[in-house]
Design a protein around this ligand. Structure first.
Ligand code: GAP
Length: 443
């Protein structure tokens, strides 16, 4: 990471803490390495991302059903999925200080990053990333269970339940948003790689392809949808998004084709999302005994194939923060897309000690917050309030002034000043039009 990028990352982490987006986890007890809590603004941003995603990929499509499956599943799920046997990373240990690293994430010929020793590393051994726990009072082998390392398996295991309770027919998808856990060897880079994180995943089931072109068409559909999500919903600059075709030896055990969407984070080009063609691996393994899918119209039996687009929630947040962080002189702005901003607007009385200004601003605030998440601010002067709202990404600041009350320019009576975060431009908007104004901006 260049010094500039290192300081950009430091600034983002510091803003995130200072303004209540992301706090270090368990901070008063000295923290817990690489665990993070989403604060009051962070949880709004996170929920907005998840809601926009759900709306786009579940509610607005006919071919999708939602699911919220258990975090801890029968351990047999993870045997059938191959995770118990193969979900591992190569681990090496510094021969001097015994710090452990992911073998594929460091230069094994370079000195140890922790102690600078040149003694070298142990031979790589496979380390399983499943996070184990015990169910019930006895900590014995029979009670071992795993926190799910991906939401995906819930969608496979409930495939027939979803079919039986909806009228979905192939092709269709099951979508889920939820936590996943991995005992990562080297977590780090703020919320980029953690042991507890959230995913938004779709398992899209298709007829077994007769020709390669059959699955390739669906794969291409989802590739375009993922790019459109990044550009149109997250507002990312696609010049910073790169598609990596994952080679034969590097793909997950189930995948016949995988693309990683990488993003230019300040600490380097790293995986943001993935898109995989999982073939019929999962359903065949889980439903070995109960049998294949039966087409309700033709009665034909088959094992559907799966295209899996997968999105990390925390990496989405990090990419959005990096993309929207802007400095303009001594002003810091988060140019968040209005749909994602924690507050859609902030309402101020020009002066906090003028009762009629405060009363009118309160009325507007109370009306708007029935429809939108809005902030109230009457501290300090207007300049400071703008500064503060810019830093948390509030797209519009609404000020009630003497003109609003009919005590200035008569044509401005019953209008307010609306200031745009990104341009700094101000316009007068009628109080009665404010709701429509904000609705229009949130499309
Ligand atoms: N079901 C497929 C699957 O889980 P993956 O590439 O291992 O695929 C999907 O994970 C996405 O989950 C990644 O692209 C990334 O956005 C996110 N992700 C994976 N591991 C993560 C971690 N340790 N911390 C934060 N996000 C993670």
């Amino acid at each position: 990471m260049s010094p500039n990028n290192a300081s950009l990352m430091d600034k983002i982490v510091s803003l995130a803490k200072r303004r209540g987006f992301v706090f270090p986890g368990s901070e008063i007890y000295g923290g817990l390495a690489n665990s993070w809590d989403y604060g009051p603004l962070g949880v709004e941003l996170k929920n907005n991302i998840k809601n926009v995603w759900w709306d786009r990929f579940v509610h607005r499509r006919d071919d999708m059903a939602g699911l919220d499956s258990a975090l801890i599943m029968n351990p047999k799920v993870w045997e059938a999925s191959g995770h118990v046997a193969t979900f591992s990373d190569p681990l090496v240990e510094c021969k001097k200080c015994h710090t452990r690293f992911r073998a594929d994430a460091i230069d094994l010929k370079a000195p140890c990053q922790a102690c600078k020793s040149k003694d070298g590393f142990t031979e790589p051994r496979q380390f399983n990333l499943m996070l184990k726990t015990f169910l019930g009072p006895a900590e014995e082998k029979a009670n071992i269970a795993y926190f799910r390392p991906e939401t995906a398996q819930g969608m496979f295991v409930d495939f027939k339940n979803v079919l039986d309770t909806t009228r979905k027919q192939l092709p269709f998808g099951i979508a889920q948003v939820g936590k996943a856990f991995r005992n990562e060897i080297t977590p780090g880079n703020f919320i980029f790689r953690t042991r507890e994180f959230e995913q938004m995943e779709i398992e899209y089931f298709i007829q077994p392809p007769v020709h390669d072109d059959d699955w390739k068409a669906f794969f291409e559909h989802w590739r375009k949808e993922m790019l459109s999500w990044m550009k149109d919903d997250l507002g990312l600059d696609l010049a910073h998004v790169h598609e990596l075709e994952v080679g034969d030896g590097d793909r997950a055990h189930y995948s016949k084709r995988t693309i990683d969407f990488e993003y230019d984070f300040p600490f380097g080009k790293k995986e943001l999302y993935g898109l995989a063609y999982r073939g019929d691996f999962d359903l065949k393994n889980h439903f070995k005994e109960s049998g294949p899918y039966v087409d309700p119209q033709t009665g034909e039996k088959s094992w559907p194939h799966v295209i899996e687009p997968t999105w990390g929630v925390d990496r989405s947040i990090l990419a959005v923060l990096c993309n929207s962080y802007t400095e303009d002189g001594d002003r810091v702005l988060l140019k968040l897309p209005p749909k994602l901003a924690p507050y859609k607007a902030a309402v101020f009385p020009l002066l906090a000690n003028k009762e009629q200004l405060v009363g009118m601003a309160r009325q507007i605030y109370d009306h708007l917050r029935k429809k939108f998440v809005v902030a109230w601010d009457d501290r300090g002067n207007i300049g400071k309030r703008y500064f503060s709202q810019d830093e948390i990404g509030t797209p519009y600041c609404i000020t009630v002034d003497f003109d609003t009350m009919g005590e200035g320019d008569a044509k401005n009576k019953n209008t307010v000043t609306v200031r745009d975060r990104d341009t700094g431009k101000q316009e007068r908007v009628a109080i009665d039009d404010l709701e429509a104004f904000l609705t229009g901006k949130l499309q």
